[in-house]
Design a protein around this ligand. Sequence first.
Ligand code: GDP
Length: 454
Amino acid sequence: MEKTIAAIATGNAAGGIGVIRISGEKAIQIADKVFKAQDGSSLLSLKGYRAKFGNVVCKGEQLDNAVALVFRAPKSYTGEDVVELSVHGGIFIVERTLEAVLAAGAVPAQAGEFTKRAFLNGKMDLTQAESVADLISAQGEAAAKASFSALQGSLSNKINKVLNDLMDCSASMAAWVDYPDEEIDDLEDERLEQTLTDAGNALKDLINNYENGQAMVQGIDTAIVGRPNAGKSTLMNLLVGRDKSIVTKIEGTTRDIVEESVRLGTLVLHLSDTAGLRKSEDVVEAIGIERAYEKMKSATLVLPVFDSSRRLNNEDLKLIEICRDKKAVAIINKTDLKQKADIDMITSAFEKCVFISAKNSSSTKDIEIAVKELLGVFDFDASAPLLANQRQKQCCQRAMDCLFDAVSCLVMNVTRDAINVLVDDAINELLSLTGKKATVEVVNNIFSKFCVGK
Ligand code: GDP
């Protein structure tokens, strides 16, 4: 018998209410020992989806008012009997209530154990379980939408559709292998090739959309770079919405990388404001400049800032060259001043340029539009099926490779049993993606990344 587990389900901070969640066969029995309903009734006789008002009692003393909410298996988050005790959300009260629950016979829940039980009890598949953790850590609209959509089963449904088609193929091929003397209809051959190709293409679409999905959901690692005084820190502060970086006329003010995550419309940018690019004898500044170049190389997106009121210098030209290999939106700054820079050199080198006066502007809309267009995420639909992590992507990749190999074998008239091995390998990859055939290590690894209480 699985042990009955308990944990604080709400955050580790004072709040309006704090919830202690108990799950397992003895959940109601244990809750009944620490909770006394005001009307004197016992939780043992309470139906599922019902709540009682009363008090939490700890070592014979009333600790706090509480509401006990009872869920009866299998109609609960975990699929087991669950009781949620809501008390006033002070850390002390919540912890004392948990202690009382543990003293009454529950054991502390491990990280992610409630959701792991939900998965093991068939309440959700592995992609949905992963989306629970993603939903909790979502920082922006796209992330929240994408993980909620996955929780609702958008990815599972897409994968299950592919799986069903492949299982049909596998079953007919197994039949052909069992009765080798039967003629194979040309039409059947064509149908098989089409089904395998369609399945491979469905997975290919998911894989191709992965990078964009990650950019929208996880946020975009973005480097703000440029020569000293171009207006990098002013731009950073404009995007952040407050004074994060120090702005002065003195060159070399920003010496190390200043980081901040910001929401830009539906985008999340993880910004790094870097040291101004120039030759410097100052050891500390030189290290900062080195770091700026490294950051530029590793960043997904670069925002090179150019001062339109000064002639382009060698550092600007070098920056233009480096940006050729990067996804970059040129920020042509100080448009309120007389233009001296050769703007054509910039506009001809970059797919996207934004003209701005960072000091006077309050709008960042043009930058948002340019970034979205450059990354191809303008019409990004976060509620479409999306792969959420490398594990899911790798399962899809391996399944897709098997399917396209199977199509090639079919075209070359390789025997059906060999083709069926490839199709079965693809099926197994997809079953491990949804968790129907995932190893214990994979499952444990996924849930170990959850927080306790989820
Ligand atoms: P950084 O060295 O590239 O980080 O440049 P800063 O953001 O520190 O800006 C250098 C100087 O340029 C500061 O005095 C800013 O106030 C000024 N500055 C920044 N953006 C603009 C702008 O759009 N117009 C004008 N006129 N001055 C600006």
